[in-house]
Design a binder for this molecule. Structure first.
Ligand SMILES: Cc1cc2nc3c(=O)[nH]c(=O)nc-3n(C[C@H](O)[C@H](O)[C@H](O)COP(=O)(O)OP(=O)(O)OC[C@H]3O[C@@H](n4cnc5c(N)ncnc54)[C@H](O)[C@@H]3O)c2cc1C
Length: 565
């Protein structure tokens, strides 16, 4: 059982110091400039926030100018650290990356692995998770502890809780108090002259955050780390009996589904696969269909290597330096890297042509792991260049990529663990799992069952429907009452036409409607995806967190020792 961290109890206090909770309107500015400690509000207490706190502590450790600010973290979930992705859940919900590539610090990718090796309970759990691992996934004899490369996500969540707790303690020792507020932020306003803000050009400006509990907090800087937008209800089924609108945590949501029900899972990505495995484990007789428009499923992760592919990296640098970035030049670069490895893009993408079914793709990858595995490695190796490559592409190419190629890219970027491929194939071969493409509508009939219609005119009937379409970066899909929608409506956020909101690419500061960056509002994670392309992975989130932390602890340009000794 996880410990709860001490949190702010939500009691109103005197509204005199920055960061303190207030009820009611903020008091007027007195006109007296009081030097006070800065306060940073972090909205969202998941992986992005945890990576930020760790990066902020790292930066402060090297700071000699006394720049530490107090921090308030807002998180309505059960705990601080894991967020949505790594919350406590079924052990079959696995990380989609080997544990050796998961860390809050991309400069130290093995951090989670070392933590894991120190956890006796974690070792047992991951050792039990071996069914179906093939030779590509089995570890050498010398490995001292866990054998599976793909451990339950909740273990990573425990690591995040641990990092969160440790970073909070480090920050306290570095002079920065971290206050935890177990509530969602529902509004943010900028108030000029409010108590607690720092003096900016032409007056005192404060950010006032209001929580769902009705408390108000004042901060100088705000970091939005709220993750992606909740999955859309594509067919308007919310409220229908038998419809699961939000699948995570799987152990809670899917326990509501009758054990003998015939289940339609909407989506065919990693979320849908997580749901299918849990549904199959819980109801041995039930039949499950994964249905999506394209029918594409994630690739099977057949490459665990971390080799750097120097030719590919050098090629990406050259494209950027020579201003030759186009979809064609990136395609050629990837193709030449694959050819050096004895395959080609054409061969690697063969199973993504329309004629291939999902089971055929999985079987092919397991029997012939090289082309897909090397393509996955190439896509992963370009991670540090994503943002720059993306921003160098003409707008029309970016739109074309999102429309025609993103899905395939995402399948290669986020493949399923081999364990899951074996599991899905076993269920499919046993007649318990089907894959369907071309779904066009789902309606509930008067009798309470669901009817799905497919592009080829077929209709099928189900007892329950699980919405596993995955989270989105489309701000238009955010619920009207969400913080994102509210901030888009009041003009603080401007939706990016390619997803998320407008941010300054160099700083991750929020860009307002006039195009200028708000110097004290920052974003980490999915909200920045339109600007940077792909931001939703632990590595990319950690990179952004370090960038934002770097700006909140600016390096002093000169420090004269005589002045401070
Ligand atoms: C199911 C799933 C599995 C994934 N698996 C992997 C993986 O194996 N490897 C990998 O690299 N990446 C994975 N990812 C990608 C993942 O998104 C990132 O790795 C990372 O977890 C993102 O962290 P985050 O803090 O930005 O978002 P989240 O984890 O979504 O956390 C955001 C937090 O903000 C809180 N919040 C939201 N709105 C508010 C508000 N208004 N006020 C206060 N708090 C708020 C939420 O409660 C949540 O706790 C996965 C994503 C998902 C959804």
């Amino acid at each position: 059982m996880r410990d709860r961290l001490d949190t702010h109890a939500g009691t109103p206090v005197e509204p005199t110091a920055g960061g303190r909770p207030q009820r009611g309107p903020c008091p007027p500015h007195t006109g007296v400039a009081v030097l006070k400690k800065r306060t940073i509000a972090v909205v969202g207490g998941g992986a992005a926030c945890t990576a930020f706190l760790a990066a902020y502590a790292r930066r402060l450790s090297g700071d000699v100018a006394g720049a530490s600010a107090d921090v308030i973290v807002f998180e309505p979930g059960k705990s601080f650290g894991p967020g949505i992705a790594y919350a406590e859940d079924a052990d079959t919900a696995l990380l989609n990356r080997p544990y050796s590539a998961m860390s809050v610090d991309y400069g130290d990718p093995g951090q989670f692995r070392r933590w894991l090796y120190r956890q006796p309970s974690a070792r047992e759990s991951s050792d039990n998770n071996e069914a179906g691992e093939n030779s590509a996934g089995s570890a050498p004899e010398a490995r001292p502890t866990t054998r599976s490369h793909f451990v339950p996500r909740s273990l990573f969540g425990q690591y995040l809780e641990n990092v969160f707790r440790q970073s909070r303690e480090d920050l306290r020792l570095l002079g920065s108090q971290v206050t935890l507020v177990p509530s969602a932020v529902i509004d943010l306003t900028v108030e000029t002259g409010a108590t607690g803000g720092n003096r900016g050009n032409g007056g005192t400006e404060s950010h006032v955050l209001t929580t769902a509990d009705g408390d108000r907090f004042v901060a100088d800087e705000v970091v939005f780390a709220i993750g992606a937008i909740a999955p859309s209800d594509v067919y308007g089924l919310t409220g229908s009996a038998g419809f699961v609108a939000q699948p995570y945590p799987l152990v809670n949501s899917l326990s509501q589904v009758d054990r003998s029900a015939e289940v339609l899972v909407l989506g065919a990505g990693l979320t849908a696969i997580d749901a299918a495995v849990v549904l199959a484990d819980a109801g041995r007789e039930r039949r499950i269909t994964l249905a999506s428009r394209s029918g594409r499923i994630p690739d099977v992760r057949t490459d665990l290597g971390t080799g750097e592919l120097p030719e590919l990296i050098a090629g990406a640098r050259t494209l950027l330096a020579e201003g030759r970035v186009s979809l064609r030049s990136i395609h050629e670069l990837l193709d030449s890297a694959l050819r050096l490895g004895g395959t080609s893009i054409r061969e690697a993408l063969l199973p993504y042509t329309d004629a291939w079914s999902a089971p055929e793709l999985m079987r092919h990858r397991l029997e012939n792991p090289l082309p897909g595995g090397l393509a996955q490695r190439c896509v992963g190796a370009l991670t540090p260049f994503y943002s720059e490559l993306w921003r160098s592409l003409p707008d029309a190419s970016r739109r074309l990529f999102l429309r025609d190629h993103y899905r395939t890219y995402n399948c290669l970027r986020n493949p399923m663990p081999v364990t899951n491929a074996h599991r899905l194939l076993g269920l499919h071969d046993g007649g318990r799992l089907a894959f369907a493409k071309g779904i066009t509508s789902v309606t509930q009939t008067a009798g309470g069952r669901f009817t799905a219609t497919f592009a080829d005119g077929r209709t099928e009937h189900y007892d329950a429907v699980v919405n596993a379409v995955g989270r989105t970066n489309n701000t238009a899909a955010a619920s009207a009452s969400s913080l994102t929608s509210r901030l888009v409506r009041n003009g603080t956020f401007v939706s990016h036409p390619l997803g998320g909101i407008r941010v300054d690419p160099e700083t991750n500061q929020v860009r307002g409607s006039a195009g200028a960056a708000f110097p004290r509002l920052y974003v980490i994670g999915d909200l920045a995806s339109g600007e940077h392309f792909h931001v939703s992975s632990m590595e990319l989130v950690a990179r952004q967190a370090a960038k934002v932390a770097g700006q909140l602890v600016p390096a002093p340009d000169r420090l004269l020792v005589g002045a401070v000794a």
